[in-house]
Ligand binder design. Structure first.
Ligand code: SF4
Length: 313
């Protein structure tokens, strides 16, 4: 994988969107293109017009490269000291501070140190990389001010399929091991079940298993989300699955490219999650992030009949 470096201007940024999602008041990002290379990643759609891509003569939608900002910790250190209204920072919102290229510059660790050495800040870590375990010593030091979540996007038996859709992220069993270790270390944890792809991670049994695991590692909150239908994520996911020989799964992903089917998948996902969380955890912990645009009137009405745990965006 080719790695480009780029000097970004932002350190800690206020984020109203992530506040609405009940995730964080502020965000930090260590780059513009994450080397985990998930096929469904929505970051390229969001930042495709960023001038970095023009300057480097690359497209946000190309694969096989990462774009990282090695000097992020300096900007974060400056902001963590000077921002007066402090809150919860999500590390990261559009990249991953433990992706392979971020690890090369030790960005996760350095950003954690830069933030947590100043009072008043808490950090929500979101990563798909087990390398976060290397920084457990810092998390341990500030354990009351850190919430740890590794995205769990499928049950362990689907590891081979997830290695196609999330080619450079840690395998699911490794992520689960780190979450379990976090629990035994007495850390605060939350679950991030996102995205739960159709035909791969959305059946009632699969969701039961994921929710039980979240309860096992003591998740304070259980976030979940459907795959984002915007941009090229669905078609890239379908193609990658098809090329790898997962024809049934590719077909199911293709199915939800139609709005009616996407809406039905989302409505069922919500019901399955509510059912599992009520059974194995606490419905007050569920945070299903829902953009209602794209839902059919029937599904919208049906979801509104019981929207426990739904965060309307
Ligand atoms: S880990 Fe997150 S930011 Fe990185 S490629 Fe995957 S979805 Fe995108």
């Amino acid at each position: 994988m080719k790695t480009y470096t780029y000097q970004m201007k932002t350190g800690i940024v206020r984020t109203k969107e992530f506040e609405r999602k009940c995730l964080a008041t502020h965000g930090v990002n260590v780059g513009l293109k994450c080397g985990h290379d998930c096929t469904y990643c929505s970051t390229p759609t969001m930042i495709r017009a960023h001038k970095a891509f023009k300057q480097l003569n690359i497209s946000a939608f190309d694969n096989g490269y990462a774009l990282v900002a090695p000097d992020t910790p300096q900007r974060v250190a400056h902001d963590s000291k000077h921002i007066k209204n402090r809150g919860m920072i999500q590390l990261c919102t559009i990249s991953d501070a433990w992706s392979p290229e971020a690890q090369k510059y030790d960005l996760g660790r350095k950003c954690l140190e830069a933030v947590l050495s100043k009072p008043g800040w808490t950090v929500r870590i979101l990563t798909k990389n087990a390398a976060v375990e290397n920084d457990f010593d810092i998390i341990s030091k500030y354990r009351d001010r850190v919430l740890l979540g590794l995205s769990i996007t499928a049950t362990p038996d689907k590891t081979n399929i997830i290695s196609i859709t999330e080619p450079n992220a840690s395998p699911i069993p490794e992520r689960l091991q780190v979450m379990q270790k976090a629990k035994t270390s007495g850390f605060r944890t939350y679950a991030m079940l996102c995205p739960l792809l159709p035909g791969i991670a959305d059946s009632p049994d699969q969701i039961d298993e994921l929710v039980k695991k979240a309860a096992d590692f003591g998740a304070e909150e259980i976030f979940a989300e459907a795959v984002n239908p915007r941009g090229r994520g669905l078609i890239l996911t379908q193609q990658a699955l098809e090329n790898a020989g997962f024809h049934n799964e590719a077909k199911t992903v293709e199915t939800i490219r139609s709005q009616v089917n996407w809406s039905s998948y989302v409505a069922k996902l919500i019901r399955n999650l509510q059912q599992s969380v009520r059974k194995y955890s606490d419905i007050n912990k569920l945070r299903f992030l829902l953009y209602p645009k794209g839902l059919t009137t029937n599904d919208l009405t049906e979801i509104k009949n019981d929207d426990a745990g739904v965060i309307w965006l």
